[in-house]
Structures are given as C-alpha cells and as structure tokens.
Design a protein around this ligand. Structure first.
Ligand code: SF4
Ligand code: SF4
Length: 83
C-alpha cells in the first residue's frame, strides 16, 4: 500500500510561483485560483489524493512555504514471551 502524505502551504510565504506544481511527481498540486493570500497571490494547494509525502515540493519551494506530513504505519506490539 502506498504511503499517504499531505502538505500544508503557508499563505504568508507562498508567492504562487508554481515551482512545486511542476515538480510534484504525483501531479497533485495546483495553484488555487479561487482564493488569494493576504499578499495577493494564488496559493498552491493539494487537488487530489495521491500525495506520497516525498517532500520534493518542500525542497524546491524557494520560500519554504510547504510543510509535508507523512502517515506512519502503526505496527502492533509483539506480545511478551511467557515463561
Ligand atoms: S513553490 Fe512555494 S512559493 Fe511557489 S507556489 Fe509552491 S508553495 Fe508557493
Ligand atoms: S510531498 Fe511529494 S507527492 Fe506530496 S505534494 Fe509534495 S511533491 Fe507532491
């Protein structure tokens, strides 16, 4: 099962340059043309499921506006050995 990830984009830092849009290998980022940041840019946002949390977008963003989250699979603890 693929790793599930997601991103958060900081409105105060995103300048709508779309570098992350072109860099995302899953094609799940686009500029949000329905809203503007306080600074007047269309911010990047996730448009679909499929983010793997690879962090390529965060690395390429010149303004460090993206925080990446990645789901960590929970492994069940092994029961203690009985004597
Ligand atoms: S690369 Fe950074 S500044 Fe550019 S659109 Fe993406 S989040 Fe915004
Ligand atoms: S973490 Fe990777 S898959 Fe997810 S939006 Fe960023 S570049 Fe795309």
């Amino acid at each position: 099962m693929p790793v599930k990830g997601w991103i958060e984009v900081d409105d105060m830092h995103c300048k709508g340059c779309a570098l992350c849009v072109s860099a995302c290998p899953q094609d799940v980022i686009a500029l949000n043309m329905d809203r503007l940041t306080p600074k007047g840019y269309h911010p990047a946002h996730l448009i679909d499921e499929g983010c793997t949390g690879c962090a390529v977008c965060a690395i390429i963003c010149p303004d460090a506006a993206i925080t990446v989250f990645r789901e960590v699979p929970v492994h069940s603890k092994k029961a203690p050995e009985s004597a």
